[in-house]
Design a protein around this ligand. Structure first.
Ligand code: APR
Length: 355
C-alpha cells in the first residue's frame, strides 16, 4: 500500500519490477530505456524482439536479466502534444496497466520512472499528479509498495515551484524565526564581549512562577495545613501511566468510525507495521510515522500535538519538515501524497513507512 518518491537511478533499484518508459517498438532507445537496456544486457533486447511492440498506454513484461530487479515492465507513454490529445488518460493507463501486470506476477515492490517526462515532453508537474493519482488509487485496492523514481537532483525540476504558498509559509515561520535566532546570537556575542566575566553563565534563569508547585509533598500537618500525602510509590505511578501512542491511535480510529485498513492506507503505512503497532501498547513510532497517522485521522493541529506527545515529539518551527506538515494540517488538507510531494520538493523525509 505505501508509495514513496525517491531520487535514484532506476536501474539500481532492488525491487521485484522496474518500469521502463519505452517506445512502441520496444526495441530500446535513449533516456531511461537506454539505461535499462545497458544495465540488463543484450538478453533483454532479445526477449523484447519476441513481443511484437506495444501500443501507447499499454504494458508488457520481461525478465530483468542482469538488473537487480526480477522483471522489467515496459510501458509506452504518450508524446505531449499540448494536452488536448488524451495524453492524461494514456499516461494514467501506463501506470494502471503496469501495476496490474506487476500484481499478476505477484510483485510486491515496483519502481516507476516519471514516464513521458523526458523525450516525450510531458510537463513534469502534471505528470507527477497523474502518477500519484493513479498509483494511490491502485494501492487502495492492492497490497504493494510503489516507488516513484525521480532522476534529477535539486527539487522536482518541474520548471516551476510546485508549492509557492508553502514556500511562503516556510519563509514566514522558519526564515523569520531563524532570522530572530541569528539576531539573538549576535546580541549574545556582543554581550559576552562587553561582559566577558558573565559569558559562561546561562542567559536566563528559570522563571519560578512557571514551575508547578505540588503542595501535597511538603505541607506540614502541624501548621493547620492539610496533612502531607504520602508520595505515591513507583508501582502506583506506573500503574497510572496514561494512554500511550497505540492506545490513542486505536481510540481515534474508533472515534472517527474508520476501519484499521482505511487508516493505515491513508497514512501510507504498510499493513505489517500497523499490525506491529497495534499489538504493542508501548510502541514508539518515529515522528514521520506519528504524523502520518495524524494526517490519516484528519486531526486538528491541537490533536496532532497530543498524538505526537504520546510518541515523545512536538511540532517545532525550527524544522522545515514540521512546518510543511503543519501547513497542510492547518489548512485541513489531508492528502498524504500531496504532503509528500511538498516534502520531497524540499528535500525532507516523507510521511509513512514501507516496512
Ligand atoms: N533512472 C530513473 N529515471 C531516469 C533515468 C534513470 N536511469 N534516466 C532518465 N530518467 C528519467 C528522465 O529524467 C525523465 O524524467 O526518466 C524520465 C523519462 O524520460 P525518458 O527516458 O526520455 O522517457 P519518455 O519521456 O517516456 O520518452 C520515451 O524515450 O528513450 C526513448 O525509447 C524511449 O522513445 C522512447 C522515449
Amino acid at each position: 500500500m505505501p508509495m514513496q518518491m525517491v531520487r535514484n537511478d532506476i536501474t539500481q533499484m532492488k525491487v521485484d519490477a522496474i518500469v521502463n518508459a519505452a517506445n512502441n517498438s520496444l526495441l530500446g532507445g535513449g533516456g531511461v530505456d537506454g539505461a535499462i537496456h545497458r544495465a540488463a544486457g543484450p538478453e533483454l533486447l532479445a526477449e523484447c524482439r519476441t513481443l511484437g511492440g506495444c501500443p501507447t498506454g499499454e504494458a508488457r513484461i520481461t525478465k530483468g536479466y542482469r538488473l537487480p530487479a526480477k522483471y522489467v515492465i515496459h510501458t509506452v507513454g504518450p508524446v505531449w502534444q499540448g494536452g488536448g490529445h488524451g495524453e492524461a488518460k494514456l499516461l494514467e493507463a501506463c501506470y494502471t496497466n503496469s501495476l496490474r501486470l506487476a500484481a499478476e506476477k505477484g510483485c510486491e515492490t515496483v519502481a516507476f520512472p516519471m514516464i513521458s517526462t523526458g523525450v516525450y515532453g510531458y510537463p513534469k508537474d502534471q505528470a507527477l499528479e497523474i502518477a500519484i493519482g493513479a498509483v494511490s488509487r491502485f494501492l487502495f485496492e492492492h497490497e504493494m509498495t510503489v516507488y516513484l523514481v525521480v532522476f534529477t537532483r535539486g527539487g522536482m525540476d518541474t520548471g516551476r515551484k510546485l508549492f509557492p504558498e508553502i514556500q511562503e509559509y516556510i519563509d514566514d515561520v522558519y526564515v523569520s524565526e531563524h532570522r530572530d535566532e541569528r539576531r539573538e546570537s549576535i546580541r549574545r556575542r556582543r554581550k559576552a564581549e562587553s561582559f566577558p566575566e558573565f559569558s559562561g553563565l546561562p542567559e536566563e534563569l528559570p522563571i519560578l512562577s512557571n514551575i508547578t508547585y505540588d503542595a501535597s509533598f511538603d505541607m506540614d500537618a502541624g501548621m493547620g495545613m492539610p496533612a502531607a500525602k504520602k508520595p505515591e510509590s513507583l508501582e502506583d505511578l506506573l500503574r497510572r501511566t496514561d494512554e500511550g501512542f497505540t492506545g490513542m491511535l486505536l481510540r481515534k480510529i474508533d472515534e472517527k468510525g474508520m476501519k484499521d485498513s482505511d487508516c493505515y492506507k491513508k497514512a501510507n503505512i504498510s499493513r505489517k507495521l500497523f499490525s506491529k503497532i497495534r499489538s504493542d501498547p508501548e510502541y514508539r513510532p518515529s515522528k514521520p510515522t506519528a504524523l502520518a497517522f495524524a494526517v490519516a485521522l484528519e486531526l486538528s493541529l491541537q490533536e496532532t500535538g497530543e498524538l505526537l506527545k504520546k510518541a515523545g515529539f512536538a511540532i517545532s518551527h525550527s524544522s522545515k519538515f514540521d512546518i510543511i506538515v503543519e501547513y497542510f494540517i492547518k489548512h485541513r488538507q489531508y492528502n498524504i501524497f500531496k504532503i509528500n510531494e511538498a516534502l520531497f520538493e524540499n528535500d525532507q523525509p516523507l510521511l509513512g513507512r514501507m516496512d
